[in-house]
Design a protein around this ligand. Structure first.
Ligand code: UDX
Ligand code: ADP
Length: 469
């Protein structure tokens, strides 16, 4: 078949970032051939099926429009490399679990393997684009690996971090706040940068496409996520103070967020932030600061993660204290397991930590979530005897002593809580880890209600003094 495409774009890694990003590029640019490859054949099979491997609102339509026209999913990585002009790399970069920097630095083994494979299979010059979030200076290492060959292919490495958030990935990609492209400031670097600008300019206004040097681009991604997470840890820290002072964290957040300089978003106090990026990126930043001897700066950013751990711990201690200091044999129902609404992703979800802590207290768990049960079962397989999974929230809550809201799925605000209350053991408790419910109404139904950062509404005469670790 003779293919008449203007450019051939490849993406290595068909995950939460690579899949949606390439689907939108293919949809917006029918003149380009876009191929997504992965070492995992099951994942590729699902991208080629009616049931995509990730749940993301709006994504099915985008894939359906472009797949088979100019969007292809394949396991043939070598052929993909050979035929492409631009290669995006979005393989996973988890936190290292071994050796130097364990628990903090990024594990770059998948990245390096990919760089070597690109070098071996390439027969023509290529632009390589870092899409995965990576430590600063990875592009430089990548370039050294790519150029260490007898073949005299020219490779240009660009940094083009992805800012999409799960659950809103399609709209974030279609209408991004900004697209950031970092390159070497050499003649060939600037040309490659320009080639990538032209790809995005097919649908993004040029004044939203920022170009920088490569290190600024790599660092900006880490800093953006660190600032966002910092905002959440700040309001979560204040939620603890609100609980002591009878202030209401939503009222405080509203007053603070109306200041234009601060803005209202990312001020929802919660059981803690999750997701594959925030913790990993902050720890990466912390590692980088320590590496350069900037210990005060490292400690400052590390405290954002420490407050997040504190918030998750606090939530469990609160449950324990409010339920008469014992959870043994009590049935606790978790509403939601995904790290946020509108995704099935559970990576770093606070629900994982909280489930484990509750099972340590010998509670029996019933977990419900509209999209994340498959991942939840994998996450908790080592404690499977203590956990039951139910898709239907009414069936999940039946016979339980307490409900804990873990994820802000809209469906949990719309349930019939009168019916749920009738089916539960009394006294019935609700711990709203996302502050999404109508607390006064729940109290009137008969529940004892414990929000985050607000006075509890209970039918008891006195409140327990909560001890914290
Ligand atoms: C984040 C960044 O937003 C995105 O730009 C980057 O590309 C990847 O990392 P994501 O992790 O998908 O995206 O979701 P995000 O919406 O940022 O939420 C992260 C966590 O913070 C979730 O657990 C969410 O529930 C929590 N959160 C968010 C709060 O607890 N309170 C808030 O006010 C906002
Ligand atoms: P992200 O959220 O960053 O997209 P994911 O874990 O969802 O991360 O996706 C990363 C994908 O990269 C996985 O599907 C994984 O199988 C794939 N991958 C990892 N290493 C390689 C490799 N060497 N070649 C091709 N794909 C890879």
């Amino acid at each position: 078949m003779i293919e008449n495409f203007e450019k051939r774009i490849l993406c290595i890694g068909a995950g939460y970032v690579g899949g949606p990003t390439m689907a939108v590029i293919a949809q917006k640019c029918p003149q380009y051939k876009v191929t997504v490859v992965d070492i995992n054949p099951d994942r590729i099979a699902r991208w080629n099926s009616e049931k995509l491997p990730i749940y993301e609102p709006g994504l099915d339509d985008v894939v359906r429009e472009a797949r088979g026209r100019n969007l292809f999913f394949s396991t043939d990585i070598e052929e993909g490399i050979r035929e492409s002009d631009i290669i995006f790399v979005s393989v996973n970069t988890p936190t290292k679990t071994f050796g130097a920097g364990a628990g903090m630095a990024a594990d770059l083994q998948y990245w390096e393997k990919t760089a070597r494979q690109i070098r071996e299979c390439s027969g023509s010059p290529k632009i390589i684009v870092e899409k995965s979030t990576l430590p600063v200076k990875t592009a430089q290492a990548m370039k050294r690996i790519l150029l260490a060959s007898d073949k005299k292919n020219h490779f240009e490495v660009l940094s083009n971090p992805e800012f999409l958030a799960e659950g809103t990935a399609v709209q974030d990609l279609e209408k991004p706040d900004r697209v950031l492209i970092g390159s070497d400031e050499t003649v060939s670097g600037l040309k490659a940068r320009n080639d990538l600008v032209e790809v995005y300019a097919n649908w993004v206004d040029r004044d939203r496409i920022l170009t920088t040097n490569i290190w600024s681009s790599e660092l900006s991604k880490l800093v953006s996520n660190a600032f966002l997470a910092q905002k959440i840890s700040s309001i979560n820290a204040i939620s603890a103070l609100c609980e002591k002072t009878d202030a209401d964290v939503s009222e405080v957040a509203r007053a603070v967020g109306m200041d234009d300089r601060l803005g209202p978003r990312f001020l929802n106090a919660s059981v803690g932030f999750g997701g594959s990026c925030f913790k990993k990126d902050i720890l990466n930043l912390v590692y980088l600061c320590r590496y350069y001897g900037l210990f005060e700066v490292a400690d400052y950013w590390e405290s954002v993660v420490r407050i997040n751990d504190y918030q998750k711990n606090r939530f469990v201690f609160n449950m324990l204290a409010c339920m008469f200091n014992t959870l043994a044999t009590k049935k606790i129902c978790l509403f939601g397991f995904a790290f946020k609404a509108d995704t099935g992703d559970t990576r770093e979800s606070p629900a994982i930590f909280i489930s484990r802590k509750l099972v340590e207290e010998k509670a029996e768990l019933i977990i419900t979530d509209p999209e994340a049960l498959e991942n939840a079962k994998t996450d908790l397989q080592d404690i499977e005897g203590a956990v039951r999974y139910e898709l239907d929230p009414y069936a999940a809550a039946e016979g339980s002593d307490a409900i804990a809201i873990m994820t802000e799925w809209k469906l949990y605000s719309d349930l019939d809580y009168e019916r749920i209350y009738q089916s539960m053991v009394k006294p019935a408790f609700i711990f709203d880890g996302r502050n999404i419910l109508d607390h006064r109404r729940l109290f009137d139904i008969g529940f004892n209600v414990y929000p985050i950062g607000k006075p509890p509404l209970t039918h008891f005469d006195d409140q327990p003094e909560i001890c914290q670790e």
